[in-house]
Design a protein around this ligand. Structure first.
Ligand code: AMP
Length: 295
């Protein structure tokens, strides 16, 4: 694996079908699942590692975002990344960024209500990463379901020659969705955070048993959340991210909640066909995550 800091150097190292895995680093098995998918389908796997200030709506969240570039490089290399693109701020934004990519509609509900400007920061940096690396395929986790829908729509609307590929959520062995921010949770907060995935799994079972009412599914999840401070529990259409009243086409049931000072998001994706509803509950690790001390 080569680590580079400029788009030109990254492009010089790519050949054939180029797969891009955009990350903000502090890698865990969720990021590595994106690498595995890219490795299977592409000739060159590029991982970007950049904590993008444009997408942070709170300066405190940006300044405390966990970082460990040496650990990230080790993990990425070991997993089969060919090129680690880890630009300095000056490479990504050498001049004031006066060009912004803004996707409407899809970004307005859920996270859009709580994180003003967030998606504009995401789509702007992802557009730059796709253009700068000339990626043919780009891998995004279902963990950030609205981001996935937004980037997919951006690529479509701007006729970008890229395939956006979704990857299932990776969870800890007890169900907690992996997130770099999980390292901030105290044991007590982590216990409470676990209720999010427990609630989602209960709703997943109900949906597979035929429950189609969004209200009922949302109530099932809410019943598990106890005293967590909840931003939303919403069933949303997988493509439009509009709140759905009934589970009649592909959708995701999404939660955002706070455990202490840490804001967590999670969801279950539902594929709806004439044969019925199938929940993507994600993939659970067998042991502890590399987030906690391991490499
Ligand atoms: P981040 O570094 O948090 O910006 O995430 C980079 C990419 O990894 C995004 O496409 C995320 O959706 C994806 N990702 C983060 N956590 C997980 C997870 N637990 N399972 C699958 N993908 C994830």
């Amino acid at each position: 694996m080569k680590t580079v800091g400029t788009f030109a150097a990254a492009r010089d190292l790519t050949a054939g079908v180029v797969g891009l895995v955009p990350t903000m680093g502090f890698l865990h098995e969720g990021h590595l699942a994106l690498v595995d998918a890219a490795r299977r389908e592409c000739d060159t796997v590029v991982m970007s590692l950049f904590v993008n200030p444009l997408q942070f709506d709170e300066t405190r969240d940006l300044s405390r975002y966990p970082r460990d570039p040496d650990r990230d490089a080790h993990l990425a290399g070991e997993r089969g990344v060919d090129v680690l693109f880890a630009p300095e701020l000056e490479e990504m934004y050498p001049r004031r960024q006066i060009t912004r990519v803004r996707v409407s509609d899809v970004t307005e509900e859920l996270e859009g209500r709580f994180r003003p400007g967030h998606f504009e920061g995401v789509t702007t940096v992802v557009a730059k990463l796709l253009a700068g690396t000339r990626a043919d395929r780009a891998y995004f986790g279902r963990k950030d379901a609205q981001q996935l829908a937004t980037v997919t729509r951006m690529a479509f609307d701007l006729s970008m020659p890229v395939e956006v590929v979704p990857v299932s959520i990776v969870r800890e062995s007890d169900g907690l969705a992996l997130s770099s921010r999980n390292v901030f949770l105290s044991p007590e907060e982590r216990d409470r955070a676990l209720r999010i995935s427990v609630g989602l799994m209960a709703a997943a079972g109900a949906a597979e048993d035929g429950e189609c009412s969004a209200e009922e599914l949302e109530l099932i999840v809410a019943g598990y959340l106890g005293d967590l401070e909840v931003d939303y529990v919403t069933l949303a259409d997988a493509d439009s991210v509009e709140p759905a009243r009934r589970l009649e086409q592909d959708a995701f049931l999404a939660v955002a909640a706070h455990a202490g000072n840490t804001r967590l998001i999670d969801n279950v994706f539902f594929r709806v066909t004439s044969a019925g509803t199938e929940a993507d509950r994600g993939n659970r690790l067998e042991g502890p995550s590399i987030l906690y001390g391991g490499r």
